[in-house]
Design a protein around this ligand. Structure first.
Ligand code: DGL
Length: 265
């Protein structure tokens, strides 16, 4: 049985597009929905209950659009709401978490750094991950307030962006980390700058590919795969102003003609 229903992805803003790009690369025939909660962005400094409430509203919208699987394309939202969303809705849900396990396998110095939002680093889901996989290494957490806004504004090539990022990375380098985890889906869009500031010896790890592989596995296992001879389409929604966020969507998605529709939830 082929299943043409879309996969539904969401984030506080454009960050989850870094995950959706990997999903699109691995699944060219799937129809994809993306919801950016731009009017409420950033999530990373909001109370977890508020993030959970937004997650419920957005998942309900994606389900009303017939989504067959949900990807919470946000570490912050997954930390705050993944269990609650799984409990409440009868649909497969894939979340994103900082890649502690791969970083532990990659490090030689035994010191890894995690760049993420305050909510992610404070979450019990995150501390459990560190306890489970990181007990033989030193894990240094670095919140990066302001960095999500840099990506949202499309101003990542400005000197202020580099200065802000340098302030986040310097303390990790001072601790001797040789591996840095991008624990926020906005940060892969800053990867060239992060690699430049971290230097060639430091390995930078993100989770987009692993999440996409998990989506491939789940739709295969549950008989949810679309017709592989067709080309999938994308629909983009935002709770913000499409005139403002549209250009950043187009830059990050890499297609000049995508339409971002306003959908206030
Ligand atoms: N991109 C999200 C994450 O992975 C949310 C960031 C935010 O809104 O603060 O954490």
């Amino acid at each position: 049985m082929l299943d043409k229903r879309p996969l539904g992805l969401f984030d506080s803003g454009v960050g989850g597009l870094s995950v959706m790009k990997e999903v699109r690369r691995m699944l060219p025939s799937e129809n994809l929905l993306y919801y950016a909660d731009s009017a409420y962005c950033p999530y990373g400094n909001k109370p977890p209950e508020a993030i959970r409430a937004r997650a419920f509203v957005i998942v309900e919208f994606l389900l009303s659009m017939n989504a067959k699987l949900i990807v919470i394309a946000s570490n912050t939202t997954s930390i705050a709401a993944l269990d609650a969303v799984r409990e409440r809705y009868d649909v497969p849900v894939v979340g994103v978490e900082p890649a502690i396990k791969p970083a532990v396998s990659a490090t030689r110095s035994g010191r890894i750094g995690v760049l993420a939002t305050e909510v992610t680093l404070a979450g019990s889901r995150f501390s459990s991950l560190v306890e489970k996989f990181g007990n033989k290494v030193e894990v240094y957490n670095q919140p990066c307030p302001g960095l999500v806004e840099v990506v949202e504004s499309g101003a990542w090539d400005k000197p202020q962006a580099e200065a802000l990022l340098a302030r986040c990375i310097r303390p990790l380098l001072a601790k001797g980390v040789d591996t840095i985890i991008l624990g926020c889906t906005h940060y892969p869009f800053l990867r060239p700058l992060i690699e430049k500031l971290a230097g060639g010896e430091v390995r930078v790890i993100d989770t987009g590919g692993a999440v996409a592989r998990q989506v491939v596995r789940i739709i295969g296992k549950n008989g949810l795969v679309a017709n592989e001879t067709e080309v999938g389409r994308e629909c983009f929604f935002t709770s913000g102003n499409p005139e403002e966020v549209g250009p950043v969507f187009r830059l990050l998605w890499g297609t000049p003609d995508i339409v971002v529709e306003r959908k206030i939830l």
